[in-house]
Write a protein that binds this ligand. Structure first.
Ligand code: FDA
Length: 325
């Protein structure tokens, strides 16, 4: 029952201020967030690459309120891509982006422009169009160093826009990936549409607070849906990316992959930085491609609260670290 309460708190400014200022927070945040700057995260990137792990990098931050912040998010990714190029790690690390951070939720009429976010003949961009204008240069820069971008899935109200942007980006960069969430009723149909040649699709259980009108609420139902969707992706022609730490689902994915005649590098596993790290190393050692979703940056609140909600035992750890400070 705690999960939904924590997810509700993840939208509260008051809680944001409380959690951010609490003594002991940093110690727990550090478990899930690889650092605050590109410089800090470089060591983590090099270390993971040295252990045979691939990465998908996420500059945290989602609740932006101005087009300038959206442009800053774009620039943070462009800076990251430059660093990967300098490090020669372009082929081992891809990017995960949240379109909300690129301006997807901003209202069109009030949005003003800067540089690459302008539309044809200086039209004002906002919301969907602004997010597309901001993400496009990131996808292009990633392609130029031999890597890709995956669009994260946020709450269900944002998904039609995310899939439309995904389709648009794929016209020039068909390798652009997207995420689908097993808890949503719509996802089996999305999976069927997306399981086509050349597509890259990450399947996850889903991390947002969604109403019963659009999403399964029961864990067992979500797991069953996950397996049905896994089957669609494995039997399809695309490249499935299995985002989960759940040992049962990982074993089922391996079995479905084998039955579909896929070799271990015809799909990949993905886990979050700081979670089940032994299992990450084990799967990589078995010959699987293992990609670690590595989040960094200063605006970690929303990302951090979703990690607490997934495993309420984390909350205990968090509470203890506050009390012992
Ligand atoms: P489950 O929650 O059942 O966890 C299985 C086991 O893993 C737990 O028993 C525990 O041992 C461990 N574990 C899981 N979460 C933990 C945590 N926070 N702390 C400590 N241990 C934990 N969601 C979304 O809505 N949109 C997205 O774009 C993404 N992107 C994404 C990328 C990648 C690579 C991953 C792995 C996950 C996401 N998610 C996501 C999050 C996803 O929806 C889901 O909330 C988490 O992966 C937890 O679900 P599991 O499948 O791991 O199973």
């Amino acid at each position: 029952m705690l999960g939904p309460v924590i997810l509700a708190a993840s939208r509260s400014d008051k809680m944001r201020r409380f959690v951010s200022a609490a003594p002991g927070t940093k110690q727990v945040v550090d478990r899930f967030i690889a650092g605050e700057t590109v410089d800090q995260v470089v060591t983590v990137i090099e270390d993971a690459a040295g252990r045979g792990l691939e990465l998908t990098l996420d500059v945290v931050g989602e609740d932006i309120t101005t087009p300038e912040q959206a442009a800053a998010a774009r620039d943070a990714y462009l800076e990251l891509i430059d660093r990967l190029k300098d490090l020669g790690l372009g082929t081992r690390a891809e990017m995960s982006v949240k379109l909300s951070m690129f301006g997807q939720a901003l209202p069109s009429p009030t949005a003003t422009l800067d540089g690459a976010a302008s539309g044809p003949a200086g039209t004002l961009l906002g919301g969907h169009d602004l997010a597309l204008a901001n993400v496009r240069p990131v996808v292009e820069a990633a392609a130029a160093i031999g890597t890709t971008v995956t669009l994260d899935a946020e709450d269900h109200t944002t998904l039609d826009s995310m899939f439309a942007i995904h389709e648009e980006l794929r016209k020039d960069h068909p390798e652009t990936g997207c995420v689908i969430q097993a808890y949503l009723f719509r996802t089996e149909e999305d999976a069927r549409r997306l399981a086509a040649a050349g597509s890259r699709v990450r399947i996850v259980k889903g991390a947002y607070k969604e109403p019963a009108s659009v999403a399964y609420q029961d864990k067992a139902e979500i797991d069953k849906a996950y397996v049905r969707i896994l089957r669609i992706l494995m039997e399809g022609e695309g490249y499935p990316m299995i985002g989960s730490h759940d040992p049962r689902l990982i074993a089922i994915a391996q079995e479905l992959g084998r039955k579909a005649g896929r070799k271990p590098d015809d799909y990949e596993f993905q886990m979050l930085y700081g979670i089940r790290t032994d299992e990450q190393t084990r799967l990589a050692a078995e010959g699987h491609r293992m990609r670690v979703y590595t989040a960094y940056g200063t605006d970690w609140y929303g990302y951090f609260m979703r990690r607490l909600a997934e495993k309420p035992a984390n909350l205990l750890f968090f509470g203890r670290s506050i009390l012992t400070k």
